[in-house]
Design a protein around this ligand. Structure first.
Ligand SMILES: Cc1ncc(COP(=O)(O)O)c(C=O)c1O
Length: 461
C-alpha cells in the first residue's frame, strides 16, 4: 500500500461521496436544501463564466461564487501567477521581514483611490470589515458604529453587529454597540451623530441584499455630516468593488466621495485564495500603529501571504489589460436594459435595478385576478418563494445559476463574472423570458413546484 498523497486518485475514488460527506461532517442543511430544490448536481470543471457537470452539460454562472469569480474561473494569467509563485519557493510568512508582493499590491490598489494611503491585508470580506470597525473605533476613540437597514457586511461577531437583518443576528447577542439607520436617510444619521459617541457609518454603495442603491448624493452628504461630527465614513466594497458596478469602486460613481476606510475582498484574488484588504487614510493607520510596541496590535497570521498577493497583482493587471471595468459597465447596461424592457410584458416583473453587472430583478403583486390568487398563496406561506420558483427552472431547464438575493425577498440578484459578453446576455434573457412565459401562463410544472414550496414553508414553521 502506498502512503503517497495523490489528489487526482482521491477525487476519482471518493468524489462521488461529496453530498454524503457534507451531510455527515459539515453543515448538514446544505445538501438537504440542495436536494429539495434539485440543485444537487455534480459539477466537474469550470472556465470563465461557465462550468460543466459530469455529463458534459454546460452551465452559465450568473453568481460568480457570491462574487469572488470576478474574472470567471481559471483565468490563465491568474493561474500562471499562482503557479509561478509556488515555483518561486519564496521565504514567505517569516513574519520578521518585509516581502515585496504586499507592498506592490497595496501600491496598485491605492492607485485606484488616490485619497487613501495605506492597506491592511487580511483573509476575507468579514475580516476587512472587522479591521475597519476596529480602526474606526480606535482612531476616533468612540464606541458606536452606525449601519444601514438590510446591510450585509459579513458574519463574524463584529460585522454581525452591523448586519441589518434580524435573521442573521438573532441568538448571537450581545453584539457591539451599534444602531441602524435607513439607507439614504440623512436626518436619521444626523440625529445619531448628535449624540457624540459615533465612530463611523459603514455602508455598501449598492446593498447586496435586495440590490438597493444609495440614493444620488447620499454618500457625499453623509460624508460631510460624519466629518462635521468627527466620525468616519467606511465604505464596504467587498461585493461592489473591483469593477463590478462599472466603476473600479462603486463609491466613485459620484464625484466628491472620499471614504476614510474602504473594504475589499472577494474578487481580489480571482477566486483562488481567500483575501481581504482594508484601505485607509494615513492618520488612521498612524494612530492604530502609534508606537513600535503596537506593531502587532492588529495582524493576521495568513495576512499578505504570497499566493493571495500574487493572485491580486495578476487580477489587477488583467482588469487593466482586458478593460474589465468598461466591460462590466457596457455589458451590464445591455443586460439591464433588455431585462427592464420586459417589465411591460410581464405583470409579475416589478423592477429591474442595479449598476454594471450587479443587477436586481424584483417580482411583485400581479394585476390580473388569475395570477393574483397564486401570488397571494405564495406570499401567505413565505415571502421570497416566487423568486425561488424562478431560480429553480433557470438552473433545471436552462442551466443558468442565479440566487434569490436574501431571505424573504422577491428579488433575484445577478452578479456574473465581469468577463461575460453579448452571448451570455442573450442566453440569460432568452431563458428568463421562457421562465416568465411559463409563470404567466399560471399553470405547468412551475406552479406545481410553487405548491411544493408552500407545503415545505408551512411545514417548517
Ligand atoms: C458587502 C459585503 N461585505 C462583507 C462580506 C463578507 O465577506 P466574506 O464572506 O468574505 O467574509 C460580504 C459577503 O457577501 C459582502 O457582500
Amino acid at each position: 500500500m502506498t502512503t503517497e498523497f495523490d489528489l487526482g486518485t482521491l477525487l476519482a475514488e471518493r468524489g462521488a461521496e461529496r453530498y454524503e460527506l457534507h451531510g455527515k461532517y459539515l453543515n448538514h442543511q446544505l445538501p438537504r436544501m440542495l436536494h429539495t430544490i434539485g440543485f444537487d448536481k455534480f459539477y466537474d470543471r469550470g472556465e470563465g463564466a461557465h462550468f460543466w457537470d459530469a455529463d458534459g452539460n454546460d452551465y452559465l454562472d450568473m453568481l460568480a461564487g457570491f462574487g469572488v469569480m470576478g474574472l470567471g474561473r481559471h483565468h490563465p494569467v491568474v493561474r500562471k501567477a499562482l503557479h509561478d509563485v509556488l515555483d518561486a519557493q519564496l521565504a514567505d510568512l517569516t513574519r520578521f521581514d518585509c516581502q515585496p508582493l504586499p507592498g506592490l499590491l497595496a501600491e496598485k490598489l491605492l492607485a485606484h483611490s488616490p485619497h487613501l494611503d495605506r492597506v491592511f491585508f487580511g483573509n476575507s470580506g468579514t475580516e476587512a470589515v472587522e479591521t475597519a470597525l476596529k480602526f474606526a473605533r480606535y482612531a476616533t476613540g468612540r464606541p458606536r458604529v452606525l449601519y444601514c437597514d438590510h446591510a450585509f457586511h459579513g458574519l463574524t461577531t463584529g460585522s454581525l453587529s452591523v448586519n441589518g437583518e434580524s435573521g442573521f443576528r438573532d441568538g448571537f447577542a450581545p453584539l457591539l454597540p451599534d444602531t441602524p439607520v435607513p439607507l439614504g436617510d440623512l436626518d436619521a444619521l444626523a440625529a445619531e451623530l448628535a449624540k457624540g459617541d459615533v465612530a463611523a457609518l459603514i455602508v455598501e454603495p449598492i446593498q447586496g441584499k435586495g440590490v438597493h442603491e444609495a440614493p444620488p448624493g447620499y454618500l457625499r452628504a453623509a460624508q460631510e455630516l460624519l466629518h462635521r461630527h468627527k466620525a468616519l465614513l467606511v465604505v464596504d466594497e467587498v461585493q461592489t468593488g473591483l469593477g463590478r458596478t462599472g466603476d473600479f469602486y462603486a463609491y466613485q460613481h459620484e464625484d466628491g466621495v472620499e471614504p476614510d476606510l474602504v473594504c475589499v475582498a472577494k474578487a481580489l484574488s480571482g477566486g483562488y485564495v481567500p483575501v481581504g484588504a482594508t484601505l485607509g487614510k494615513d492618520w488612521i493607520f498612524k494612530k492604530v500603529y502609534s508606537s513600535m510596541d503596537r506593531v502587532l496590535v492588529h495582524s493576521a497570521s495568513f495576512g499578505s501571504n504570497a499566493q493571495a498577493m500574487a493572485a491580486g497583482l495578476a487580477v489587477l493587471a488583467v482588469m487593466e489589460n482586458e478593460q474589465i471595468v468598461a466591460n462590466a459597465r457596457l455589458t451590464g447596461e445591455l443586460l439591464k436594459s433588455r431585462l427592464a424592457a420586459l417589465t411591460d410584458t410581464y405583470e409579475l416583473l416589478a423592477d429591474v435595478r442595479g449598476r454594471g453587472l450587479m443587477i436586481g430583478i424584483e417580482f411583485g403583486r400581479p394585476r390580473s385576478l388569475k395570477l393574483r390568487s397564486r401570488w397571494t398563496m405564495l406570499q401567505a406561506a413565505r415571502k421570497g418563494l416566487f423568486a425561488q420558483m424562478v431560480v429553480v427552472p433557470l438552473l433545471q431547464r436552462h442551466r443558468i445559476l442565479t440566487q434569490v438575493s436574501g431571505d424573504h425577498l422577491e428579488v433575484i440578484k445577478l452578479i456574473p463574472p465581469l468577463v461575460i459578453g453579448e452571448a451570455e446576455v442573450d442566453r440569460f434573457v432568452e431563458a428568463f423570458t421562457a421562465v416568465m412565459d411559463e409563470a404567466h401562463s399560471g399553470g405547468g410544472l412551475m406552479w406545481d413546484f410553487g405548491r411544493t414550496l408552500v407545503k415545505q414553508a408551512v411545514a417548517n414553521r
